[in-house]
Ligand binder design. Structure first.
Ligand code: SAM
Length: 210
């Protein structure tokens, strides 16, 4: 199956979202601000509803597109804590997240410092920050995830580079390559989790905590 055709088909038949959210998405893309890909966003919307999550943690807000997407999917009922450390993005996120009228709490700073101070438990965690740090975030994220909760990790396939042998990727990409492979293995191997890796977005790794 041709993946590009699949994505354009998916976009042509589905993915309803309110105009204000579409505008935020387009504006982010135009300015080079990262947002979750279309098919992964649809999966996130689906999981928010399917899990009936009441408390969500997001690591990596950017300007707030994905947290607003989950908030909107829940009909404005969910509470979301979202972490961001870039001052430039925080400025925009503060304004954008005001739409959720307190439903989304923006935690400003480095996730490595903020995570240990959180209590949770969260029904759903969306991990979407610095890819090289996922393994470092993991112990705190697993502590915060409730039993039966879902961890969604984006960008695990890194445009397909993770599928290649370590020696086939550019030298500068080797560290992230081995860290991400280590992260995928860890999630697949941890007995506390049941995980599956989807060729969706840039590689969505879904894990349920037993
Ligand atoms: N989830 C967003 C969306 O789809 O709208 C996109 C998030 S973007 C891929 C990743 C974000 O994580 C960036 O804005 C980056 O500044 C932030 N980030 C990276 N490392 C971080 C860290 N250690 N602590 C907090 N935020 C971090």
């Amino acid at each position: 199956m041709n993946r590009e055709r699949f994505i354009s088909f998916l976009e042509s038949v589905s993915f309803w979202e309110p105009e204000w959210l579409e505008e935020l998405r387009s504006s982010c893309i135009e300015r080079g601000v990262p947002v979750v890909r279309r098919d992964a966003a649809q999966l996130l919307r689906f999981l928010t509803v399917q899990t009936g999550a009441e408390n969500i943690l997001e690591v990596g807000t950017a300007e707030g597109y994905s947290s607003l997407l989950m908030w909107d999917a829940s009909g404005g009922k969910v509470h979301i804590d979202t972490i961001e450390n870039s001052e430039r993005r925080l400025e925009k996120a503060r304004v954008n997240l005001a739409r959720a009228e307190g439903g989304i709490r923006l935690l400003e700073g480095d996730a490595l410092e903020i995570l240990p101070g959180l209590e949770g438990p969260y029904d759903l965690v969306f991990m979407d920050a610095a890819k090289g740090q996922y393994l470092n975030f993991l112990p705190e994220v697993l502590r915060l995830l409730k039993s039966g909760g879902t961890l969604v990790t984006d960008n695990t396939l890194q445009e397909g580079r993770i599928l290649e042998s370590r020696f086939a990727v550019e030298r500068r990409d080797r560290t992230i390559h081995s860290r991400m492979r280590g992260y995928i293995r860890k999630l697949m191997d941890t007995p506390e989790l049941v995980s599956t890796l989807l060729a969706c977005g840039d590689g969505m790794l879904l894990s349920v905590k037993r």
